[in-house]
Design a binder for this molecule. Structure first.
Ligand code: NCD
Length: 491
């Protein structure tokens, strides 16, 4: 068994040394090509190791991970994700160590996630983590020496579920292009939905949101779909100008497999096209204060509408009442197969992250986080503005000293010149909330209104800046208004 460090560095495909530790926190940490590689490898495992009677079930094993250990750190309930990860590791010939109940781990003694990860990353070769806080997987990755895979962090993302979802769609439709997918239920609280819509957009699918009342996609997800993944919102009732029903259609982007090239999108065609799959999600009651809300139910009656005649019915599971069990024998129901694919897909991901394949072309699956398209602004720990999401890991009192407030700086043409997006949970500080923000300069001991300076400031200068919520906060931190100082100097 080759040592993973030697392997990663010895391949001739690499022109320069790459960071060995690759983390999968968001579906956007994987390129489309890498996603296709995961599927290619998963399909290979299915070909070679499937149960002879059930082709979508892995029934046999290999020894390629025989000296490796997966650590499952689950701070929230799980059946499918944890068990399929652990089954995947065992089918690869590896071993598992598990902490699935925070009440019996050092979390109960108040240990921070950062410390738990620093310790665990010496006990295993890859970590899968599930946590109730948005952005927890990113914090874990920052403190880990080994690959961290996000098994679901709060309502942020669940990238490996999306890999299973796409793999299922791909096996059903023989491709991911040109699909129209309806997504139903709690689009706000479901992390599976957030990873899924980014991927659908990137692969050129049309998304038809069917949210429960008040559970639309979060503002920052909607913004990213439109601004980063070039989605267009199209009214489902084009003649009603005030209709809020909307479809997202992805425009063509270089290097991405998408259907419609921008000037030629035939919206009429998109609207008429039948639905390829309905993706149903549960009311995420653990993320809401109310325990019940009006909620759509997908059943035979719903699916009777002509546009659903060929629609596969998908669900990440568990289901509660939103998906009628009477559909289980319907030819369109594919949710149990979707759950079964958790094993080959996760076998593929683990084996690629650990560089276990002899085929050198698969060794390109390397690197740390994909380099951010936007500059990152990190504030000194304990100072400046916080992420507005109270469930973000950076707002967890136990993690505060390990998670500095860090933001992507997204330039905007409108005031205040940029949007700050939390690096952990990816929630945006909206422009209105930032209207009174001031930028403090620690070297000059001054502050000035606005945060536009973050867009243009060189990295060197960014380090001396702290963003405060308002002038009073900056003054309380011992800074003086830059203008006043200038005026005093002139006088
Ligand atoms: C999902 C999750 O945990 O986000 N389950 C899963 O991993 N398959 C969906 C859910 O809990 O509703």
């Amino acid at each position: 068994m080759p040592d993973r460090f030697d392997w990663a560095y010895s391949t001739t495909l690499m022109t320069k040394p790459q960071p060995l530790t690759r983390h999968i926190v968001s579906i956007n940490d994987l390129t489309n090509k890498e996603i296709e590689t995961v599927f290619q490898v998963a399909a290979g495992f299915l070909r070679e190791l499937s149960d002879s009677k059930i082709p979508y079930r892995i029934g046999r094993g290999t020894a390629i991970a025989s000296k490796y250990i997966l650590a499952s750190l689950f701070y929230e309930p799980s059946t499918r994700t944890r068990l399929s990860f652990e089954s995947a590791m065992l089918r690869l010939g590896g071993a598992n160590i598990t902490s699935a109940d925070p009440a019996v781990s050092s979390a109960a003694k108040g240990e921070s996630l950062a410390d738990t990860i620093r310790v665990t990353s010496n006990y295993a070769d890859v970590i899968v983590i599930r946590h109730p806080r948005d952005g927890a997987a990113r914090l874990a990755a920052e403190y880990s020496q080994i690959p961290v895979i996000n098994g679901g962090d709060g309502s942020h993302e669940h990238p490996t579920q999306t890999l299973c979802d796409l793999f299922t769609l791909r096996s059903k439709n023989k491709g991911l292009k040109n699909m129209k997918i309806a997504i139903s239920g709690d689009l706000k609280g479901s992390r599976t939905i957030h990873s899924f819509v980014y991927a659908l957009a990137r692969f050129g699918a049309t998304i038809d949101p069917l949210p429960a009342p008040g559970m639309e996609l979060p503002t920052h997800v909607d913004r990213r779909l439109r601004e980063e993944f070039r989605c267009r919102m199209v009214s489902k009732a084009p003649n009603q100008a005030d209709s809020i029903d909307a479809l997202y259609v992805t425009a063509d982007q270089p290097h991405q497999l998408s259907l419609y090239s921008e000037p030629e999108i035939d919206y009429g065609l998109v609207l008429r096209k039948k639905i390829d799959a309905v993706y149903v999600t549960r009311f995420q009651k653990e993320r809401w204060t109310e325990k019940e809300r009006p909620y759509p139910k997908i059943d035979a009656k719903f699916l009777r509408e002509g546009k659903y005649s060929h629609a596969s019915v998908m669900h990440p599971l568990p289901r509660v009442n939103e998906l009628d069990a009477a559909l289980d024998n319907d030819r369109r129901a594919i949710y149990f197969r979707q759950a079964a694919y958790g094993v080959p897909v996760r076998m593929a991901l683990i084996s690629l992250l650990l560089h276990l394949h002899r085929n050198k072309s698969l060794h390109r699956f390397i690197g740390g986080f994909a380099e951010s398209r936007h500059p990152i602004y990190a504030q000194p720990i304990g100072r400046g503005v916080h992420c507005p999401n109270s469930n973000c890991i950076s707002n967890d009192p136990a993690e505060r000293q390990y998670a500095a407030n860090k933001f992507y700086v997204i330039p905007k043409n409108t005031k205040p010149g940029c949007i700050l997006r939390c690096l952990y949970c990816e929630t945006d500080i909206e422009a209105e909330a930032a209207a009174h923000f001031v930028a403090g300069d620690a070297t000059r001991k001054t502050f000035a209104p606005g945060i536009g300076v973050l867009v243009h400031a060189p990295a060197e200068k960014l380090r001396h800046l702290t963003i405060y919520r308002n002038e009073a906060e900056a003054e309380a931190a011992g800074l003086a208004p830059r203008d006043r100082r200038k005026r005093a100097g002139a006088g």
